[in-house]
Design a protein around this ligand. Sequence first.
Ligand code: FAD
Length: 417
Amino acid sequence: MSKRYSALALAVEGLRGHSGWRPVWRCPRPQPAYDAVIIGGGGHGLAAAYYLAKLHGVRRVAVLEKGWLGGGNTGRNTTVVRSNYFYPESVALYDLALRLYEGLSRDLNYNIMLSQRGIINVAHSDAEMEICARLANAMQINGVDAELFGPEQVRRVAPAMNFDPQARYPVFGGVWHKRGGTARHDGVAWGYARAADALGVDIIQNCAVEDFLIEGGVCKGVITAEGTIRAERVGLAAASHSATLAAKAGFELPMRVFTLQAMVSEPVKPVLDTVVLTLGTGTYVSQSDKGECVFGGGIDRVTSFAQRGNPPVHEFVVAGLLDAFPGLGQLKLMRQWAGIVDVVPDSSPLIGPSPVPGLFLDCGWGTGGFKAIPAGGWLLAHLIAKGEHHPISRPFDLDRFARGALIDEAAGSGIAH
Ligand code: FAD
């Protein structure tokens, strides 16, 4: 920690009414032209801008965000990071992300509070144990840490669970992924933003992209409320708004938008030092550093752009939590919120060139793209800089729907967050 942020400096700031803080990134006016423009100031857009500047030397870059940085799903998620996926393509993608996360605080010089406390997917029947065995084998073959646990091993990592054999969801065992855990979501967005800004990237908030500048069938920039901005290459990382924007560019994305809810309890003393996901209900929970139990579950059942969430799913998620951890029934629920997630039919992202030359995609992350931010940004930067896929992003090209080469992770690993 630099002297500027020492305890003494904090005290001095307090005494002078916090008037001396300097913004950690600039608020520039948009330039008329850039080498690259990224639409969306969520984690993926900010990471792409950072890696473009840092790894590819492309520094005339702007990130255009219609609201505030991280105001989309990046600032609304439950912060779980992991790479316990089934298909080799997914493992390559999400483990790249986890490996980048492992060095990210140092890389960005910003504490993203990565906590690799382990994640256990809990099975409640012989059939679910088979799913777990299949997943653990696939992960091991693909070089990711995984252990198949029996009930006693689950008890060791999550003793507060309900281990009554008569429970509605009895614990049969599970898959343990030790390198999984949590990271601070705002920290990830702010860390990338500060580091990208320091490399000369213009981060422009309150600047919605309304259309594309297309000349001779090639994307040559974007049209915003602030005027037209020309760019050699454009990256689309606008999550649930990506399909609407794609339609403006004249093509369709296989994507539907659903609400995904999350909740936190009042803070309590340490009760859970891992992430637990129950396969029976899809409810998952971790305890934050403040002591709150942070939990969520599946998506709402109807498509919606309302960032609220509906009571039936809310109730189902709370019931799932209390089935697994009856003791948490004593706690007050402090907050509930929701984000709108960009769900692709095979629950895998869309990364690659779009049908319009000059426009590249990094979207469709659905319920699980926080854990992928470093890799999504890294791969989008590669696409924009080189104009072609990195081998890791190739399987996630839009053309997989024409080729029938889907990567159905929801079916493969039984989980989608
Ligand atoms: P976003 O962070 O949504 O960023 C997209 C940005 O684009 C937004 O800021 C938006 O304002 C901007 N934008 C949209 N339209 C325009 C426009 N026209 N012009 C300019 N800007 C525009 N993932 C995990 O890995 N682990 C989890 O535990 C997890 N839990 C979740 C819990 C909840 C409740 C929710 C909602 C999501 C969760 N996710 C989780 C999913 C994860 O949050 C997202 O997949 C991820 O944040 C996507 O990042 P992004 O940068 O693509 O999108």
